[in-house]
Design a protein around this ligand. Structure first.
Ligand code: UD1
Length: 426
């Protein structure tokens, strides 16, 4: 079977209500955390996307059984007997590195191939290593595989992260919960997905205080005190933000259902600044726009700042706004590859270092484009929806990594999009 592409007919308006799936970036880590439960955990509201299938394979390779029923995963880690994750899996998904902390927690050792992942910058793991070393972990690298050992066991420690890295905070959390004594992670990541992970770990018997704040305190407990649990994944704020951008782009109204609006405060602030009207309830957000789009300056930052995973979607909005916007990417290097694809559709964007200067007011024209990463792919489909004529998006396997039934959900909002087999590029 050849690769698939997405074909979009332009000049459409999105309107209606869309159910948001569980957060990819939460579910992946909750699955890793189940290693510490040593029994049958159930994780609910798990999106049906390819990254989750890869993490299921990672866990199976370690000896777990993983079964999916609709949007629930049952993960039995009782018989887990390996602490080694091979390159063939880690190279398919960088987030496989999040088994490092729980494997160290469970076995006192781990072997994890060095990660690959999205082509967005260097994406090092030095902070993961520095943080875990402070807990007593020794690292060695052998032919591309990271070998972790704990010669004197895991010991609680006070660690200041150089940058509030999401992945480093998570790996530290999942080792520190079973370290001897108290660990404090300062300058910790504050993303909602961190809070979700802390909640699940606490449901398993861990003692964690301050999840979601800059300083997290963990009182280690013996591994035997941790047990499996049933946990429901929070809604995906990036999927929600993507559909809200779609509504803002075409006027809406678009309602995203199944998401805590608090997770999207900065994105909502920018949508309002760009001329949109927003209505929120406990678990939904509605966007409507009846005025022309206005430019906005946006800089990506760790949560609660503007999320880097919504940068491409908002660059698209800036392209259609009347005036000039400056978008600054502070989280990842090399995350403007989307701009060159959008320029092929008629956008006027100048890249200067980590700033994109977007001269708005452009009319986009349909074109063959390539999905350079997950979020860029999703934004290109939205670009096709407002463009004149037809757009074909290639390399859509990136989109399948993180968006459950993206085409189906967009069609339910009125888009003219379909998937097609594409052996040959236009
Ligand atoms: C997670 C999310 C990703 C999101 C990102 C930032 C998952 C699976 N992915 O990625 O979608 O865009 O958070 O919100 O949850 N860094 C280092 N050394 C390290 C760790 C990170 O230099 O040891 C750098 C990275 O290269 C990057 C920045 O820090 O430039 C942020 O990385 P981090 O917060 O760790 O993101 P991820 O956990 O990889």
């Amino acid at each position: 079977m050849g690769k698939e592409s997405i074909l979009v007919r332009g000049n459409r308006t999105l309107s209606g209500e869309v159910k948001i799936s569980g957060a990819k970036n939460s579910a992946l880590k909750l699955m890793a955390a189940s290693i510490l439960g040593q029994g049958e955990s159930i994780i609910q509201n798990v999106p049906d996307i390819s990254d989750i299938a890869i993490m299921s394979d990672v866990l199976r390779r370690l000896g777990a059984t993983v079964t999916r029923t609709d949007h629930s995963l049952t993960i039995d880690t009782q018989e887990l007997d390996s602490y080694s994750t091979p390159y063939e899996l880690v190279s398919r998904m960088r987030a496989s590195i999040s088994v490092l902390g729980p494997l160290i927690g469970r076995f006192g050792q781990a072997k994890v191939a060095m990660p690959g992942g999205c082509q967005i910058g260097a994406r090092k793991i030095d902070m993961h290593l520095v943080g875990l070393e402070a807990l007593g972990v020794s690292f060695d690298v052998d032919h591309g595989t990271l070998i972790a050992t704990t010669p004197e066991g895991l010991k609680g420690s006070q660690v200041m992260l150089e940058f509030p890295s999401v992945g480093a905070t998570e790996n530290m959390l999942m080792a520190a919960v079973v370290a001897e004594g108290t660990t404090v992670i300062d300058n910790a990541a504050r993303e909602p997905e961190i809070v979700d992970l802390c909640n699940m770990l606490c449901e398993m018997g861990a003692k964690i205080d301050g999840g979601g704040s800059v300083s997290i305190e963990i009182e280690g407990v013996p591994l035997e005190d941790l047990h499996p649990c049933t946990h429901t994944t929070i809604g995906d704020r990036i999927e929600a933000g993507t559909f809200l951008a779609g509504g803002a782009l075409t006027g809406g109204p678009v309602t995203v259902q199944g998401i805590d609006p608090d997770y999207l405060r900065m994105a909502i602030m920018k949508l309002k600044a760009m001329g949109c009207d927003i209505a929120c309830g406990d678990d939904y957000v509605t966007v409507t726009r009846s005025r022309p789009l206005m430019p906005a300056d946006i800089q990506t930052l760790p949560h609660p700042g503007f999320p880097t995973d919504l940068q491409a979607q908002f660059m698209l909005l800036a392209t259609l706004a009347e005036g000039t916007s400056v978008i600054t990417e502070n989280v990842f290097e090399n995350r403007f590859m989307f701009a060159s694809e959008l320029m092929r559709m008629g956008a006027d964007i100048a890249i200067e270092d980590h700033h994109a200067i977007v001269h708005g007011g452009q009319t986009l024209q349909g074109a063959p484009v390539s999905s350079t990463d997950l979020r860029a792919g999703a934004a290109l489909v939205l670009a096709g929806i407002v463009a004149e004529g037809y757009t074909t998006i290639y390399d859509v396997e990136h989109i399948d990594r993180g968006y459950e039934d993206y085409v189906g959900k967009l069609r339910s909002l009125g888009a003219d999009v379909s998937r097609a087999e594409s052996n040959v590029r236009a």
